[in-house]
Design a protein around this ligand. Structure first.
Ligand code: MG
Ligand code: MG
Length: 255
């Protein structure tokens, strides 16, 4: 069931989104050669706790995973697409890092992800990260009242396909609210003009994830969480929680 949020609820969700944005900025600031993924997790945990919020990810246990998620952030490095569990891996210059973070404040969740490199990016990484951000921006721009969910999915997928990237099937965006994952599902490809009509009060996470190698195949790691590209190519992920309003889309997880 799709739940629409009223203005008071959207105001609370904006504050939850701000907590996520602040945590992501702190993690990015802290990420450097020699820093471990567990240290980044601790940075996010501290920021979320300091804001009086709780982690949406810690102990989250969806149907596809064998164990509850043990971290506060997902840390997905190089060929890991999404859902990387923070461990003692220490970052190296040239790594492409995707960080996904969720926080719950006053009963409402925010969910957002960023991708960046440790040190200056190669041209290929800069393009992949830039195209993923452009797909997110296109998806956000399509989230207007009167449009349909397929318009958002189409906008995201078109950017990825035009650039020749692979798109993992079965993973994508979702409704956000009192639960981190609500209806509707927001696939990263779709047909324009189809699907749920977008009404003011609808809140969705839009989250393109693209694989540089161009194929759609991915594999699940031995921990049952991390998704990796099957061809070993790099992947990038970007995500915002977005409200559809009378005035147009509003990014709730903007800094
Ligand atoms: Mg997320
Ligand atoms: Mg999400």
């Amino acid at each position: 069931m799709v739940e629409l949020k009223n203005d008071a609820e959207l105001a609370v969700m904006r504050e939850a989104g701000r907590v996520v944005a602040t945590a992501l900025a702190a993690v990015r600031e802290h990420a450097a050669p020699g820093v471990s993924l567990l240290e980044l997790d601790a940075v996010a945990a501290e920021m979320i706790s300091r804001a009086g919020a709780t982690s949406s990810f810690l102990n989250y246990h969806p149907h596809f995973a064998p164990t509850p998620f043990p971290g506060v952030i997902c840390t997905s490095v190089n060929d890991v697409i999404v859902h990387g569990i923070p461990d003692d891996y220490r970052l190296r210059t040239g790594d492409l890092v995707s960080i996904d973070c969720g926080a719950c404040l006053d009963g409402f969740h925010g969910d957002s992800a960023i991708s960046f490199t440790i040190g200056p990016p190669t041209e290929a990484d800069a393009t992949l990260i830039g195209d993923t951000a452009a797909a997110l921006a296109a998806g956000v721009a399509a989230a207007t009242p009167g449009a349909r969910l397929g318009d958002v999915s189409h906008a995201v997928g078109e950017v990825g396909r035009a650039a020749g990237y692979g798109i993992p099937q079965g993973f994508g965006g979702h409704g956000v609210g009192r639960r981190m994952h609500e209806d509707p599902s927001v696939p990263n490809e779709g047909r324009p003009g189809r699907g749920l009509p977008l009404r003011p009060g609808l809140v969705i996470a839009i989250e393109p994830m693209f694989m540089a190698g161009g194929r759609d195949r991915f594999v699940t790691g031995p921990d049952g969480w991390a998704l990796r590209t099957a061809d070993g190519s790099r992947a990038a992920h970007a995500e915002h929680t977005v409200a559809v309003t009378e005035a147009g889309p509003v990014v709730l997880t903007a800094p």
